[in-house]
Design a protein around this ligand. Structure first.
Ligand code: PEP
Ligand code: MG
Length: 585
């Protein structure tokens, strides 16, 4: 038995006879034509384009998500007006056959891509080769059947021949490289796996293979000619190897493994599994917790952590603050009954959250709220920080501190100072110094969003509070029903800010999550994922529905939506984009 190592481009194992597919580039002889034959050659070319378009349409009808986008992009190349015009001009000026003109013009584009420094462009080479080869073949066939009466029936014949690759059913197809279109055709022909000598993990062929659930290895690093056609092969989707000519016992082992995996897959329920897009991108889902009673639901739906603890809930009842003992019980209970990180937000008092001791203000949301109040009420702040720091000793690496309503860098410096005062006090009291607790800020005021790059240097993570960010950006009181319909947390302005924050967090290499309500809607989660956010925190009752939604679509679709919402002119356009991209139920 021989074993070759590759990279896993699409998960899963497969067993089947190996079918070696050479990439057949057609030799096109330069055939000179007379000026009287020009119109006919142009017609062969155009008929070839039409027939190929029909083939792609048939493929598209069976596809969804990223795969359909990729085939669509092939369709765009095929229909590209500039390429078309150049081929027609080539026939006219050089008086050559359509097949030769197609070959020459496409070769020109291919060589430009080869010379390009961009890997992304290089990935398109295989697309162009596939289109070129298919067009040449179709045009050659049309020219053979020069009698135009036969051309209509020929189209049908040619298209149906594409769909009849029955002889390769059940095989593992091994090729040097492959176009996404061919992956689709192979899937229809029911091949069980694909192995490519070249290819990349993010190459279109790999994306389509993932989307169609065909196990696929790339960069097998071996001349495919040396692989014996017809022998049994096994794709091991766990270690990324291709086993050639294995013993019957090994074949049996893998067949059992594959059928077990199939059964397990059918049992997957989004509630019990992490959120993964249809093409395999992980999105972490955390829970927003206000009351202890919400925890069981978060656990049931497998929240991967608590992304926001609204500690103000401790203060309901109008008390100025809870004793350290009471706080301690609350935090420990949260830590005990959950897994993963627990982001404890410091008391976010003020705004609509008045607890008896805050003064009456005419604009409470623009007033003495969150960090502004905490820095004035040191006793309260210290008691909270003390309790949190004490908990960290028993739950190392799980606690994070989140600061609400930050608008100035100075507030972060001031908070850090208070944090070290409390640390030192604890050491003096005999507590061993704990490691630094990650410190993050709510990004919920537009000033912070637009200066996110500066704030990102000062903290360990950002949490976007889209509720307040919407209220402050759109100047809409979140509690005022009269302007409730203007509270558009999916307004393009919010998307633009989110994008800016995401870029800043990424550049500064700090963590980012979204804990505002936007994350708990299908539209919101889609745009946030599309803009590069991979951690969403929401009320436990939304988790299941958001997870299910995420499973349904590909990262490609989310990115498409994300890249467009930031350019929408209003919410109406955002909704139109949403329904045009996510039109499957
Ligand atoms: C927010 O502002 O989006 C947020 C999550 O915090 P809160 O709703 O508690 O103000
Ligand atoms: Mg808020």
């Amino acid at each position: 038995m021989n074993k070759l190592e590759g990279l896993i481009a699409s998960d899963g194992s497969a067993v089947g006879p190996l079918f070696i597919r050479e990439l057949s580039t057609y030799e096109t002889l330069s055939k000179q034509i007379s000026s009287g034959e020009v119109a006919l050659e142009i017609e062969y070319y155009q008929s070839a384009v039409d027939a190929y378009e029909l083939e792609l349409e048939q493929l598209l009808a069976k596809l969804k998500g990223a795969a359909s986008e990729i085939i669509n992009s092939q369709n765009l190349i095929l229909k590209d007006e500039q390429i078309k015009a150049e081929i027609i001009k080539f026939i006219r000026i050089n008086l050559v056959s359509a097949t030769h003109a197609i070959d020459q013009v496409y070769e020109l584009y291919i060589s430009r891509l080869r010379d390009s420094a961009s890997n992304l462009f290089k990935q398109r080479i295989i697309d162009l080769i596939t289109i070129k080869d298919r067009l040449v073949k179709l045009a050659a066939t049309y020219s053979e059947y020069a009698n135009t009466d036969q051309i209509a029936s020929l189209s049908i014949e040619l298209t149906s021949s594409v769909n009849s690759k029955k002889n390769i059913e059940g095989t593992i197809v091994v090729a040097r490289d492959m176009s996404p279109t061919e992956v689709v055709q192979l899937s229809k022909a029911k091949v069980v796996g694909i192995v490519l000598e070249k290819g990349g993990l993010t190459a279109h062929a790999s994306i389509v293979a993932q989307s169609l659930d065909i196990p696929c290895l790339v960069q097998i690093g071996h001349q495919i000619n040396d692989i014996p056609s017809g022998k049994v092969g096994i794709i091991d989707g766990e270690d990324g190897t291709l086993l050639i000519d294995p013993s019957p016992e090994i074949i049996q082992q893998y067949e059992t493994r594959i059928s077990d995996a199939l059964i397990a897959k059918k049992k997957i329920k989004p509630s019990r599994h992490p959120a993964i897009t249809s093409d395999g991108e992980r999105v972490e889902i955390h829970a927003n917790i206000e009351f202890i009673q919400e925890l069981p639901m978060a656990t049931r739906y497998r929240a991967e952590g608590i992304g926001l603890v609204r500690t103000e809930a401790l203060l309901y009842g109008g008390l100025t603050h809870k004793s350290e003992k009471e706080q301690d019980v609350y935090y420990r209970r949260l830590l005990e009954d959950s897994t993963g990180p627990v982001v404890i937000r410091l008391f976010d008092i003020g705004g609509d959250k008045l607890y008896g001791f805050t003064t009456e203000e005419s604009n409470p949301f623009l007033g003495w709220r969150g960090i502004r109040m905490l820095l004035d009420e040191k006793e309260m702040l210290h008691s909270q920080l003390r309790t949190i720091l004490k908990c960290t000793r028993d739950y190392p690496d799980r606690i994070r501190i989140l600061v609400p309503m930050v608008t100035n860098i100075a507030e972060i410096y001031a908070l850090k100072k208070e944090l070290s005062i409390v640390q030192n006090e604890l050491v003096k009291e005999g507590f061993t110094k704990t490691q630094n607790v990650p410190l993050g800020i709510m990004v919920e005021v537009p000033a912070v969003a637009v200066m996110a790059d500066k704030f990102a240097r000062e903290v360990d993570f950002f949490s976007i509070g889209t509720n307040d960010l919407t209220q402050y950006t759109l100047a809409v009181d979140r509690t005022n029903d009269q302007v409730g319909r203007l509270f558009e947390h999916d307004h393009p302005a919010i998307w633009k800010l989110v994008q800016q924050i995401q870029v800043a967090a990424q550049n500064a290499n700090i963590e980012l999550n979204v804990c505002g309500e936007l994350a708990s809607t299908h539209l919101g989660a889609s745009g946030l994922i599309g803009l590069g956010i991979r951690n969403l925190s929401m009320k436990p009752s939304s988790i299941l529905s958001v997870k299910k939604w995420i499973h349904n679509y590909s990262l490609f679709e989310y990115k498409k939506f994300g890249s467009k919402v930031v350019h929408a002119q209003d919410r109406k356009q955002v909704y139109q984009l949403f329904s045009s991209i996510f039109n499957r139920s």
